[in-house]
Design a protein around this ligand. Structure first.
Ligand code: ATP
Length: 368
């Protein structure tokens, strides 16, 4: 099943105050059916509070939440068509895998299921998460990844319209994390459930989500696909939060049809970016360039713009690629990434003077 353009979850002007603190500020989001949506942000940005309001564990101070067109703001947690998978998984230690998955189904009051119906449903869910051979084990006889799959099966048992994941990979080690990220996405997509996940890990959000909202101090800074957020950040905060970036403070000096020009004290030549700067001559802005967009050379580029020179101060060898830290004459450090695809190539090394160059289309202008 794939995502549609029909909204499943709508968050309208939702705020939450704790005493005098604005934990969540006037958040508006529309999340489509079948979409995997990530709330991403640093510690204390309000992402868990927002998730808990969706689950019904917190009441909004203002605003409303709609699921499938119905206002659920005043509906208690157990009556909402949502289910939350907690970071700890919260499996019952004394119950087997099958009993854990069956637990929610047995509580069902409205459409009481017969024993064979529950058994069928449990076996269907365990096959979905590839845990059918572990039905009689207890949670402490499972690996971290297996426990997570059981927790996922249990959260999906009652067919929620929206599945909420709180730091879903938080309890797993790094290697298992990347395997489970893809596996969890496959399962969620196979079921077609709409999913909202909270994470502080940008790689996790980029790998798992169709769209990401970056939060900061209770506000949504930007919403977009992983590549939109990475390639076109709309603020310094998002540019710095997602991946590595070089940021230059600059002033607009030229607005031409095909390009715009800026000056910056770090450069001896102007900066040029694609046309379409939304600011007048003289405006003070920032220009962001990702390290992998920068080409490093020993020769001075022929171009009349977009290059700097400095001395290699540090090199971080990371196997597939290296990060070069180049110190400019004013002391500022600029990062450039080079791939290590030739073992015999004569590499740039410490204290070499180098030139860093990029194209007009590689830089992003940041207005805030
Ligand atoms: P983390 O990644 O550290 O969990 P977060 O982005 O999930 O952070 P929240 O847990 O939503 O952040 O908290 C947002 C702000 O609200 C924080 O300043 C936090 O201290 C505060 N807060 C959260 N819950 C409560 C509460 N029950 N009472 C008072 N303040 C709270």
């Amino acid at each position: 099943m794939t995502q549609s353009n029909q909204p499943m979850l709508e968050i309208r002007q939702v705020s939450k105050q704790f005493g005098g603190l604005d934990a969540v500020k006037e958040v508006n989001l529309s999340i489509n059916k079948g979409e995997i949506f990530a709330l991403l942000g640093g510690s204390g940005c309000g992402k868990t509070t927002l998730l808990r309001m969706l689950a019904g564990f917190e009441t909004p101070s203002a605003g409303a939440i709609f699921i499938d067109g119905e206002d659920i703001s005043q509906v208690p947690p157990h009556r909402r068509p949502v289910n939350m998978m907690f970071q700890s998984y919260a499996l019952f230690p004394h119950m087997t895998v099958a009993q854990n998955v069956a637990f929610g189904l047995k509580q069902e009051k409205k459409h009481r299921l017969s024993k064979p119906e529950i058994a069928n449903k449990v076996s269907e869910l365990l096959s979905l998460v590839r845990m059918q051979d572990f039905a009689e084990r207890k949670p402490d006889q499972l690996s971290g990844g297996q426990r997570q799959r059981v927790a996922l099966a249990r959260s999906l048992a009652k067919k929620p319209k929206v599945l909420l994941l709180d730091e879903p990979m938080g309890a797993l080690d790094k290697k298992l994390r990347s395997e489970m990220q893809l596996e969890v996405v496959d399962i969620i997509e196979a079921v077609g459930v709409t999913c909202v996940m909270v994470t502080h890990d940008q790689e996790e959000a980029m790998t798992m989500a169709n769209r990401i909202s970056v939060m900061h101090e209770g506000e949504i800074m930007q919403v977009g696909t992983p590549s939109e957020i990475y390639e076109f950040p709309n603020s310094r905060h998002t540019a710095e939060f997602i991946g590595s970036v070089n940021i230059f403070d600059a002033e607009v000096t030229q607005l031409e049809t095909h390009y715009s020009g800026l000056t910056c004290s770090d450069f001896t030549v102007p900066i040029q970016v694609e046309a379409g700067i939304n600011a007048p001559i003289g405006a003070k802005l920032a220009v962001a360039v990702r390290p992998e967009k920068i080409i490093m050379s020993r020769q001075q580029p022929e171009a009349m713009s977009n290059w700097l020179t400095g001395v290699v101060e540090d090199i971080a060898y990371l196997g597939g690629h290296s990060v070069y830290y180049v110190k400019l004459s004013n002391g500022k450090r600029v990062m450039s990434v080079g791939t290590n695809n030739d073992r015999h190539e004569q590499k740039v090394t410490w204290q070499d003077q180098v030139y860093l160059h990029w194209s007009n289309t590689s830089a992003v202008v940041l207005y805030q």
